[in-house]
Design a protein around this ligand. Structure first.
Ligand SMILES: N[C@@H](CCC[C@H](N)C(=O)O)C(=O)O
Length: 278
């Protein structure tokens, strides 16, 4: 069987988009297929796969169909399913707009983490309403270890799990070939993405990220929100603050609305299109 695909990225966090409006490919994108599609040597190469389908085709999430016609069915490069992808949701919105599958400057997209609203900005960037960040229910200390060093971490869910660590220098964690160790593991029952964050100036941070199910990537939208949210609290920034976040693949901005909703603003780019044999 051959399927069509579109390659896209948001600050170089890259994805293979698989159009599947009627849900015919549900169940076909198993771990083996996703690993082949995302393989950078033997496949197309990407951090994740996004099956673009109608929400009504998603049995478990069909209840969201009244609020959002389209569903982002997201998988990490290792085939695992994730609740949300802040860069992927912008790329999928860009695809739906370019294909004229949706109209108007505001688009609601369903995800496993709930419905996310995407706004097209006059400068061509996209802003996503990312929901509220949630801290851990316990005050238990948590740590991340990597490259022979250990840092205290702040766990936060957006809504996927993140461990945010402040470092003096982004080189401190080393090459990040192995997954950082999360301690205690019981605080992260579904593992976590890890953000190593350094200050760059007032309301300006930079980060490296280890993505659960992928490895080190050049950006992570939910991770950028998690890091900015933790930095805002550390700095006593107050609601309405806007933080600029440098990632290896570019720059994003996070604003906290007075009601606590996090807004993520950044680019979304579509590239190569083709067909691939599964
Ligand atoms: N790159 C994404 C996050 C993708 C999911 C993540 N790896 C997880 O398993 O939680 C983003 O831009 O948010």
């Amino acid at each position: 069987m051959s399927i069509s695909f579109i390659k896209g990225h948001g600050t170089e966090n890259d994805f293979v988009l698989v159009p599947d409006a009627d849900g015919a490919l549900a169940g076909r994108l198993d771990e083996q297929v996703v690993r082949r599609l995302t393989d950078r040597h033997a496949g197309i190469g990407a951090d994740g796969v996004i099956r673009v389908t109608r929400t009504e085709t998603m049995a478990e999430f069909g209840g969201l169909a009244d609020d959002a016609e389209w569903f982002m069915d997201y998988r990490n490069a290792d085939g695992s399913v994730a609740e949300m992808c802040g860069n992927g949701v912008r790329v999928m919105a860009r695809y739906l707009w370019e294909e004229r599958l949706v109209e108007g400057p505001v688009l609601a997209l369903a995800t496993r983490g709930g419905v996310r609203t995407v706004h097209g900005e006059p400068d061509g960037t996209l802003t996503v309403e990312m929901g509220h960040a949630k801290p851990a229910a316990t005050r238990q200390l948590s740590f991340v270890a990597a490259g022979g060093r250990t840092w205290e971490a702040t766990p936060v869910w957006v809504p996927n799990p993140h461990a945010v660590v402040f470092v003096d220098d982004l080189a401190e964690p080393g090459r990040l070939v192995e997954p950082p160790e999360l301690r205690p593991p019981s605080l992260f029952p579904e593992s976590a993405n890890v953000e190593f964050v350094a200050d760059r100036g007032r309301k300006h941070i930079a980060l490296r990220v280890w993505e659960r199910g992928v490895g080190e990537t050049r950006s992570c939208g939910t991770g950028v929100c998690a890091a900015a949210w933790v930095a805002m609290r550390r700095d006593g920034a107050g609601v309405g603050a806007r933080y600029v976040v440098d990632v290896p693949g570019g720059q994003l901005a996070v604003t906290e609305r007075p009601d606590g909703e996090l807004l993520l603003t950044g680019p979304a780019v579509l590239g190569l299109r083709g067909r691939v044999n599964l």
